[in-house]
Ligand binder design. Sequence first.
Ligand SMILES: [Mg+2]
Length: 398
Amino acid sequence: MKITDLKCTVIGDNPVVRIVTDEGISGYGEVESYKPYLVPHVLHFKPALLGQDPTNVERVMLRIRQRGGFKPWGSAVSAIEMALWDVAGKAAGLPVYKLLGGKVRDRVRVYNGAVREPMTGYTPADFAENTARMKARPEGFTIVKQAIAFHGPMRTQVPNFFYGEPEQVPLAGTLIRGLLTERGLNHVVACVAAMKEVLGDEVGLALDCGPGWAVPDAIRLARALEPLHPLWLEDLITGDYVPYVSADVYREVTRASTVPIHTGEQIYLRHNFKGLIEGHAVHIVGPDPCDVGGIAELKWVAEYADLHGILIAPHGTGNGLLGLAALVQVCATLPSNFIAFEYPIGKPAWWYDIVRGLPDPIVQDGHIEVWDRPGMGVDFDVEAAAAYLPEADRDFFA
Ligand SMILES: [Mg+2]
């Protein structure tokens, strides 16, 4: 089998990659949402892929892997990797999880970091009200993630939150840092306590916190929250779009309390997890298959983390429905250091009308049943999807 074309377009908010072969099989991958600027980055890999056998996934990846970087620059390589696995599975007539070593679980746990209810404000009462609505959702999520402090508007909405400038920059993931005021820290702790009051010990509470915390604040936060048993504190130091790791700084925070410390959604490649894993600098890593370099890359990180007693909860919020399928396939194969992955949703909602193969409902009791169709197990309803193609890419499915 040979690759005859590489295509990329934007459907809704997500760039979508299509690998075309000479045997009539196509493979699809998806880039995290809001990155239309990555289409040319994807397409520049075309000469390196043409004529290659897509079922030799690793051999193809060796040709392109060096041209990725931390988020968002790992997305193109990652989406191509997923499309290759999709082809390889379809060609073999097997679900991708079989090609990754087989499943070790029949259903995978997901956590809610993307199904949002609008916030009414940023007081403890607002967080309690919002969290109650999350708890009541029909998906029955067993873990809910909420954004606090430097992750989200709290830093600008709470007066005197920190000793820095709460700048508004029209780019996601702009790194704003600073020492918290005593009021700011008290406010964060009060909001977490209010959410825990709602969730009790029935539903786990994960907290996306930064990046941007100063080390002493991060330690004070972790120690203050110890009695509340949050499931993890995410991205206190680096994360999001930060193009470095700072494993040594994380280690200082992680050693200071018993609250699980989590990071890694922006990191590209296994090599860049070395410091976190070998240095025992966090308790949980959270690579995103759409940014880390693909699903086999994510599995490698998971296995290496497991050797070191470190847990994994993969990121996935903007990965769309093809990204969801990829997460289901790889997470079915991870060792038991797997906690849950972040459940991506289709945006806009018509995405659910153009993808076939997903269960209905998708999430039950906070889990997704692993399906057995070949490849990633989902495909486009080409006729329905074609209606949403940009004018310039009308031939995407041709
Ligand atoms: Mg995060």
